[in-house]
Design a protein around this ligand. Structure first.
Ligand SMILES: [Zn+2]
Length: 438
């Protein structure tokens, strides 16, 4: 009997320790020719050099049931729906990874190349730049699919741990001009540590909710999240560092605009993650349950052809380009879209924590509301995942208006601001997806 208990304990221990497998991989996506950089409408020329290399990274996880899940992070402004469709379709075809077990997050660095049609109306570039962007995008998509394959090929026994720290540099940017507005921020620093069977750090995944806009010159870089990853990979030799963007649509790192400040913020987040890693973290057991779905978000006021034609003479260059962009779409498709399929993904890591991965430029109210609903200690909110196609205002921000409330719909080439139903539709969908976890 004593032997039987000892044997069971041994098996129990073995089962938990052997439960996970993890694989890491990264691919260099630094452009090899001058290319227009994403995020700011104010740039007047393509890239003039490289500050540091930029990357797409994949973390593959296999739980004790054999289910494989892949997190992709990137030094990019964003993947759009077409790009995510291509990558997820290919990952399913080549590696059998189902849609709900693949997530594509972007750091939202404003110093990476323009990809596909993301934020297209913002840029003043001429048609000669189109082929460069198309070339870069297509190569990137091949690299994304390949790096997923490399991470899956690297699966080895691993242990996972979760914890949270704090970093204070995200500032609510809506208050910069309108100081009577409330200024919520999310300063949580969720961290996932992945260690090998020998205890060596293999991957550090760190999240933060803030725009990667500390630099606006013409050099390619991952902005401050790039510096965070460089610093963590230096601190943990052999480990791959991943950055996951949170609900930072209305947060900026302030003050900004120098490399020194960018390194400072990158270093601050790396330090916050290191502090979490040096303390006792929560062991993460499986299984990893996943679910994915979309919810149609209606637009408030879709313009017709006549209204758009009238805007072609607007004094505002963005309004003019927006009208041109939408009129072209009417020409192609016969009409404009009056809603948008919004991607919602949830990953439940055993009893340790839950990742809620949402599309678009998510404002901080979603992080605060969803953490309150699902648990402050064990909920990780990611925005900028699977499709960056618009700002996603809460009802408060929508009603307040401004850039994040609706103004940015112009530069994203969307028909109009969202309807007032936007927040409730998303929060309701998160719960539905959560109930569908399998
Ligand atoms: Zn943004």
């Amino acid at each position: 009997m004593r032997y039987a208990i000892a044997f069971l304990l041994l098996c129990g221990t073995f089962r938990v320790e052997g439960a996970w497998k993890a694989g890491t991989a990264k691919v260099d996506i630094t452009p090899t020719e001058p290319i227009w950089l994403a995020g700011f409408g104010s740039r007047t020329r393509p890239s003039q050099g490289v500050r540091h290399k930029i990357w797409v990274k994949a973390l593959a996880l296999e739980d004790e049931t054999g289910a494989k899940t892949v997190l992709v992070t990137s030094d990019l402004l964003g993947f759009n729906r077409r790009m995510a469709d291509v990558a997820t379709r290919e990952a399913e075809r080549k590696y059998g990874i189902p849609r709900d077990r693949l997530a594509l997050n972007a750091s939202h660095t404003h110093s990476a190349p323009v990809t596909d049609t993301v934020l297209r109306v913002a840029y003043p570039f001429g048609p000669e730049h189109e082929p460069v962007i198309a070339r870069y995008t297509e190569k990137l998509l091949t690299q994304v699919v390949d790096v997923i394959g490399s991470a899956l090929a690297d699966l080895k026994p691993a242990t996972l741990e979760f914890g949270q720290g704090n970093a204070g540099f995200a500032t609510n940017r809506r208050r910069v001009r309108l100081r009577n507005l409330p200024g919520p921020v999310d300063h949580d620093v969720p961290v996932l540590a992945v260690k090998g069977a020998d205890g060596a750090m293999r991957a550090v995944v760190v999240g933060y909710a803030c725009h990667a806009t500390s630099l606006n010159d013409d050099l390619v870089s991952g902005d401050w999240p790039g510096f965070t990853q460089i610093e963590l990979e230096r601190s943990y030799p052999g480990a791959t560092a991943y950055f996951v963007t949170g609900a930072g649509a209305d947060s900026n790192p302030l003050p900004r605009r120098t490399e020194e400040l960018s390194k400072h913020y990158g270093g601050a987040l790396a330090e916050a993650a290191s502090q979490v890693l040096s303390q006792k973290m929560t062991p993460v057991t499986g299984p990893l349950k996943a679910a994915f779905g979309t919810v149609d978000l209606p637009f408030a006021d879709v313009p017709n052809r006549e209204q758009l034609q009238a805007r072609l003479d607007s004094k505002d260059q963005y309004e003019r380009r927006h009208a041109q962009y939408l009129l072209k779409r009417i020409e192609q498709d016969g009409k404009l879209w009056d809603h948008y399929p919004y991607p919602v993904q949830v990953w439940q890591f055993g009893n340790a924590f839950r990742m809620i991965l949402l599309g678009g430029e998510l404002v901080v109210d979603y992080a605060l509301r969803l953490k309150k609903q699902y648990g402050w200690m064990d909920t990780w909110i990611a925005g900028y995942t699977n499709d960056v196609f618009a700002y996603i205002p809460s009802l408060r921000v929508l009603k307040e208006g401004g850039y994040e409330g609706g103004g940015a719909m112009l530069v994203y080439g969307q028909p109009s601001p969202f309807s007032v139903a936007v927040e409730e539709l998303i929060v309701d969908k998160v719960e539905r997806v959560n109930k569908a976890l399998h």
